[in-house]
Design a protein. Structure first.
Lengths: 263, 263
DNA sequence: ACGCATTTGTTCGTATGTATT
DNA sequence: TAATACATACGAACAAATGCG
């Protein structure tokens, strides 16, 4: 009997059991999901957790290693293990891959792209509540009758528009979200979601295309109709792979590029 | 005295030492780089390596774990640990992110995108040797007088051109590369490089933009001049972060998209 | 079909090193 | 300096997957 905690049912298809450290990992994840351990805060020490769950410290360590590999937590020698946060400087703009062309790539040297595409000016173009369009509802796992928040904004570099974002969020999770709250918040959008609404983005999937600017986007981004734009459709997930944001971005890439690392 | 193998010098800037398992990792990497352990082959067992290097099995294990995390090797329970290979079915087209739009995304379920953008027809448009242009030489770390191989090709889906690739390789590493060798090889380009020239691609960096088709690319890809195209500039590295390929790709994204996972 | 040897995977325990406060 | 927390290293035992006789 390999499991001493919650033994998963032995139904066909799924594994009849899972290693102890994965069960511990699931328990730790649940603590974060429930909000008991909040982003930026330290979780209990390995020694502490080992006692709490009656397992060896090495097993807790392996569970935490797995969480760290998925960027759910961050280990800091001598200090502790911290729940990942989009508010902290280290992991701010973690999901933003747009980079100025002339940014000296300190890519592999561990140099967090200090320049990045951060520090761009924000301009909110709209914040409305409405019923979810069919495609948005499908992506977010909502019913067509459910409410969503739609948020549109521009990012500008040197007074030039570079990014237009069209963001859709489940209304039930973002109750008091308003234009004022967005505009008054300093720092990345995901920091706002996390600190004000308790929704922490864990991972995302993007679909990228080249498209021609239509009249709307051309106007917003100050380019000719038909000019090429990078279209980035992002679906973001919180804990337990629950989709909580659909973001459609249009990027001008004359002076910026989307950087990606393949391994 | 933490190091029992090669103790790195304690010069300023670099760490005065490195953990044992990292030293083991470096030794293992050197075996692969030298060609002593070839892609697809099994490396010695953990027990074997532990004896060879006079360290514990756990230390070898941690070294191999690190290599596996970087996709340099692949572990298979009960069988052994194998040098990663672009020839094998599992990791074929590892660097290809272009996906048909209607491919049912088995993304997280572990389902290797069987559909993928594999199975596309290839059409070689040229294979020449020449002196390296300045920008290519800079990217590959060559002198302007060095020879390079330039390779151009189309990828077609349903008889429609989808991808145009312009590939630059250091001439010194790819001596007998010819159009015939490329056309007769079945399987991915990186499989050819690996099996025929002993150059294994370990990782890559990509810069992605939206561009308008010029007359050349419009003709090649059968689209109007000015149509939007995804421009993907890829720099690929072999062991020790040595750049060995510059690839400029243009993708039609009407029916395909570039998929990316953020974590 | 069965058992056995091999290899990686999991779990435990202990000791020591390094970073932080 | 001391206490705390993560990081490294060792050793041991058993489990699970594989392949072979």
């Amino acid at each position: 009997m390999p499991s001493r905690l919650a033994a998963p049912p032995a139904h066909a298809g799924g594994p009849a059991f899972s290693p102890l450290y994965q069960q511990i990992k699931a328990l730790l994840t649940r603590e974060m999901q429930s909000g008991a351990w909040k982003p930026g805060q330290a979780i209990p020490s390995e020694h502490d957790l080992a006692q709490r769950y009656k397992v060896s410290q090495g097993t807790v360590r392996k569970a935490i290693d797995a969480l760290a590999a998925e960027n759910l937590v961050q280990r800091r020698q001598g200090k502790g293990t911290f729940v990942a946060s989009h508010v902290e400087a280290q992991s701010q703009y973690r999901f933003l891959r747009l980079t100025p062309d002339q940014a000296q790539a300190a890519a592999r040297t561990g140099g967090r792209s200090t320049t990045g595409a951060a520090g761009m000016a924000r301009q909110l173009m709209g914040c409305q509540r409405q019923r979810a369009p069919a495609d948005v509802a499908r992506a977010l796992g909502l019913k067509g009758s459910d409410a969503v928040v739609r948020l549109r904004r521009l990012l500008l570099a040197a007074a030039q528009p570079v990014v237009y974002d069209d963001i859709w969020l489940p209304g039930s999770l973002f109750k008091g979200l308003s234009a004022e709250r967005v505009e008054s918040y300093k720092g990345p959008m995901y920091g706002l979601f996390e600190s004000q609404f308790g929704v922490h983005m864990v991972r995302a999937e993007e679909k990228i295309r080249a498209v021609a600017a239509d009249t709307d986007s051309a106007g917003l981004l100050a380019i000719p109709v038909g000019a090429p734009l990078l279209s980035v459709e992002r679906l973001s997930f919180t804990y337990q792979d629950r989709p909580v944001e659909l973001r459609r971005g249009l990027y001008r890439t004359e002076n910026f590029h989307y950087r990606n690392a393949l391994a």
